[in-house]
Write a protein that binds this ligand. Structure first.
Ligand SMILES: Cc1cc2nc3c(=O)[nH]c(=O)nc-3n(C[C@H](O)[C@H](O)[C@H](O)COP(=O)(O)OP(=O)(O)OC[C@H]3O[C@@H](n4cnc5c(N)ncnc54)[C@H](O)[C@@H]3O)c2cc1C
Length: 203
């Protein structure tokens, strides 16, 4: 809880789309830019799967399997007597590293020269392909943005007037746009409200 993995990469299991960035472990699950982007960009897929699926985290961002194997081998060669618990990577905070060892039931006081091939493979998988289940979504309106139901192709981009119902104007979150997070949603609400209101009053 409260731990941040600064360079995580996440994807829905079986899908190619990945998002990257800081990943925050909270008291209720995972958040932070990597997760929020994945949730936004995969919104339709998640709805299709009724919010029951798995996602995969690489705690090491773009690292490859070979790079991780080399990292382990370097430790075995250079610090054979050091305990696994003392190992540090910039991408993996200490508490996360200890959690992964515990999850895999690898004793953290094991030394690098006692680190079996089986454990090395397990740890490589946990660092690059850590799988978690996703079940359900938060209560309506806890979402930062809902990316509403009015398609942009159904409104005149200059006036925000409905193409289906002339005289009706749309603004804000009801439009099918979102800024994932940050101030962009407020900006979109204010800007589209200004445009819709200004042009309508002139009509
Ligand atoms: C928890 C949370 C955190 C957020 N954080 C950020 C952030 O950090 N940065 C950012 O940019 N955006 C953020 N957002 C998103 C941002 O708040 C919204 O995108 C923005 O407020 C949308 O403005 P809006 O006017 O389109 O809709 P709303 O603000 O939802 O306004 C719609 C209004 O219509 C009213 N209404 C609904 N139905 C009816 C009806 N039938 N009759 C009359 N009135 C009705 C509602 O009561 C409401 O007052 C956050 C949202 C949430 C929920």
């Amino acid at each position: 809880m409260g731990t941040v993995a600064p360079h995580a990469k996440v994807r829905i299991e079986g899908e190619k789309l990945t998002t990257t960035g800081p990943l925050l472990i909270t008291h209720w699950g995972m958040s932070g830019p990597a997760i929020l982007k994945l949730s936004a960009f995969s919104a339709r897929l998640l709805a299709e799967r009724q919010y029951a699926t798995s996602f995969v985290v690489s705690w090491l961002g773009e690292h490859t399997e070979d790079q991780v194997r080399d990292l382990f081998q370097d430790q075995i060669n250079q610090k054979p007597m050091a305990q696994l618990s003392t190992f540090r990577m910039p991408e993996v905070p200490k508490r996360l590293w200890l959690y992964l060892l515990e999850k895999l039931e690898i004793p953290s006081d094991k030394r690098w020269n006692e680190f079996s091939k089986k454990h090395r493979n397990q740890l490589l998988n946990a660092l690059l392909y850590d799988r978690y289940d996703l079940r359900g979504k938060t209560t309506f309106k806890e979402e930062f943005v809902t990316c509403g139901g009015v398609s942009l192709s159904d409104v005149d981009a200059h006036t925000l007037e409905s193409k289906r119902r002339p005289g009706l104007y749309f603004a804000g979150e009801v439009l099918d746009i979102d800024g994932v997070t940050g101030g962009f949603n407020f900006q979109a609400a204010w800007t589209t409200g200004f445009i819709a209101g200004k042009l309508e009053s002139k009509a």
